[in-house]
Design a protein around this ligand. Structure first.
Ligand code: KIV
Length: 296
């Protein structure tokens, strides 16, 4: 952590940052302040696509921030990818708050979005506001994400009226895995119409963006054309305004079968495994520590 604080002095909470829209690109670290939801609206107007990654800790977040990733999601995918749960369902608000605070501390420019976990907003708008207030005040997130369109409308409206940017999540919503399973959504006409209705409802309620997960490419493109807010696709093809991937999947750290929609840009699992095995061999063989690693 010492290294991070040296390279990355703690950033002020995002709510305190300027929200003036920048005319510059979201890419390449050209912004000298936090990205805001107004920047994302500007990108949609210009037709500029942007990337989003998940992050669950300060050090990884600082790498993505320095690489110019404009938006980081502290997703409840931390359940499967970071905390060792089988699904996202057990993730708690405390866990999201602690890891969101770490991601905010590790970044200077990215907009950090905290995911509202299962059970932290379904009771109604007041519960959603209470949960979100924690993430904004304690962790310093600049926005929150919640699952559902029409079913989460009242929550979205109250949060937006309280001045909190809200991202909606449609298509496959993993918090409903016990009823939905993990399969492509919106294939039947009726489901496709419902998804379009949900997306418009989220937009009308004031959401600044909509995640579309596991949706046929044609439907995601139609939703993207119909909305004036950005769509962020995951397994939803190339017609979305932005793309999000779970970082452990796209870096090749996740074990087991990788979903078809994931492209692996690195092979961290084998890099880390090889390094750990080499370390173990050198300790056993007495090559580590060498004289240059010792103090006298
Ligand atoms: O929790 C998460 O990482 C997500 C993304 C897959 C969008 O919701």
């Amino acid at each position: 952590m010492t290294q991070i604080s040296a390279a990355h002095p703690p950033a002020p909470p995002q709510a305190a940052q300027s929200s003036k829209t920048s005319g510059t690109s979201l890419y390449g670290g050209v912004t000298t302040r936090r990205v805001t939801v107004r920047d994302l609206a500007g990108a949609k107007e210009r037709g500029e696509k942007w990337p989003m990654l998940t992050a669950y800790d300060a050090m990884t977040a600082s790498v993505f921030d320095e690489a110019g990733i404009p938006v980081l999601l502290v997703g409840d995918s931390m359940g499967n990818c970071h905390l060792g749960y089988e699904t996202t369902v057990p993730v708690t608000l405390d866990e999201i708050a602690i890891l969101s605070a770490a991601v905010v501390r590790g970044t200077k420019r990215a907009l950090v979005i905290g995911d509202l976990p299962f059970g932290s907003y379904q009771e109604g708008p007041v519960q959603a506001l209470r949960s979100t207030t924690r993430l904004v005040k304690e962790a310093g997130v600049g926005a929150v994400k919640l699952e559902g369109g029409e079913r989460s409308l009242a929550q979205t409206e109250l949060l937006v009226s309280a001045g909190i940017p809200v991202m909606s999540h449609l298509g496959l919503t993993p918090q409903s895995v016990n009823t939905m399973g993990y399969r492509v959504q919106g294939r039947a006409d009726e489901d496709a119409h419902r998804l379009l209705r949900d997306a418009k409802a989220a937009q009308d309620a004031g959401a600044f963006g909509v995640v579309l997960e596991l949706v046929p490419e044609e439907l995601a493109a139609e939703v993207s054309r119909s909305l004036h807010i950005p769509t962020i696709g995951i397994g939803a093809g190339s017609g979305c305004d932005a793309q999000v991937l779970v970082w452990t999947d796209m870096m090749g750290l996740t074990s087991g079968k990788v979903p078809r929609f994931v492209k692996q840009y690195a092979a961290l699992r084998s890099v880390m495994g090889d390094a750990a095995r080499e370390f173990a061999d050198e300790v056993r063989g007495g090559q580590f520590p060498a004289p240059e690693h010792a103090f006298h």
